[in-house]
Design a protein around this ligand. Structure first.
Ligand SMILES: [Zn+2]
Length: 347
């Protein structure tokens, strides 16, 4: 893998990750961009104790790419996108309009491929492996920034969940604090340790494997299951069998097997609702240990993949109970979801 770090016209960082070690990336961004000015502000909710990022810097945009021109496709003669070169394998750059910036963290965009019309599920194993390298390398680089406490790599896929750019891409957030979900997992982990003397994640994975009813897919180094108390209609948790706190600690064997397992999961997701249905909207979310949290070695890196679609044409909305009270109502029993996800395995 070859990594090339460069800067865009407004000073944002852009990083190419190429499969071929002899790739040269020296294109310069010729666009007349003003320097990025961001003023995102973190406000703490006194009742809930959680944080809200108030991003008020969206005015002042000076560069509007025409709607029919994708800013994530490579540049070509007379048509300059966010990526100066005329081709790329995987590329990461700082978001021009970030929700978190400066002392308040960092937001990056990851383009999974230069091919506008493919989805992640349509990538080759080599391409998916390169994306994993990019996620891992970004986690390592962001770990060095004092303002970043936790790194979140994720993909939103589908117009139903508000994705406006069709180009296959994901995002990386470097939060300046430990997120509420992660804090909650740490609390559960600590009380489980106090009560049983064991690691919570190890016990959860062991229980799913022993039960078997909700297991979706098993590899030599990874296991995927629908959790016992799934919140979403179709939700899968993917764990490496050897527990590690973050992407940097995955061993070579797990890295090598990951593309095969993850691509199969994504392809099954697209088949859940049968042929003729539009691609399944999904959120794919990497959970990693915060960098400086006590007990981080106990945390289990894992990926949570879920869709908000319940049945063809019907979405799960976060309505009164979910949005008002944080109580999820799930109409699809986790065992039925797991069975469906086994039925639609690739042949
Ligand atoms: Zn594109």
């Amino acid at each position: 893998m070859k990594k090339t770090v460069t800067t865009l016209a407004d000073g944002r960082e852009l990083i190419y990750y190429d499969s071929a070690d002899d790739t040269v990336r020296d294109a310069v961004d010729p666009r007349p961009l003003d320097a990025v000015s961001t003023s995102s502000e973190i406000r703490r909710d006194p009742l809930l104790g959680d944080s809200v990022a108030i991003a008020s810097h969206r005015q002042g945009r000076t560069y509007h790419p025409p709607a029919d021109e994708c800013p994530l496709c490579p540049s070509r003669e007379g048509r300059h996108s966010e990526i100066p070169d005329t081709g790329y394998d995987v590329v990461v750059f700082e978001n021009r309009f970030p929700s978190l910036a400066g002392d308040s963290g960092r937001c990056e965009v990851v383009c999974f491929t230069s091919d506008h019309d493919v989805s992640f599920a349509g990538l080759t194993e080599e391409q998916a492996g390169l994306v994993l390298e990019a996620w891992t390398d970004r986690t390592a680089d962001l770990a060095e920034l004092p303002q970043v406490a936790q790194v979140f790599c994720f993909e939103n896929r589908g117009a139903e969940i508000g994705v406006t750019l069709g180009h296959p891409h994901g995002q990386i957030y470097g939060y300046p604090f430990v997120t509420p979900r992660t804090e909650q997992m740490f609390r559960s982990m600590d009380s489980h340790r106090a009560e049983t003397g064991r690691n919570l994640f190890d016990d959860v994975v062991a229980r799913e494997l022993a039960d078997g009813e909700r297991v979706v897919l098993e590899g030599e180094h990874w296991v995927a299951f629908v959790p016992y108390a799934a919140h979403w209609p179709y939700e899968v948790h993917l764990h490496p069998r050897r527990r590690v706190p973050d992407l940097r600690e995955l061993d070579e064997a797990a890295r090598t097997e990951f593309p095969q397992i993850y691509l199969e999961l994504l392809r099954r997701f697209d088949r859940i609702f049968g042929p003729g249905e539009p691609p399944t909207p999904y959120i794919s979310a990497w959970h990693q240990a915060p960098f400086r949290a006590p007990g981080r070695e106990e945390f289990a890196l894992h990926l949570e993949l879920f869709t908000i679609r319940r049945t063809p044409g019907k979405l799960k909305f976060l309505a009164g109970s979910e949005s008002g009270m944080n109580v999820f109502i799930n109409d699809v029993p986790p065992e039925a979801a797991a069975q469906r996800l086994r039925e639609v395995a690739s042949e």
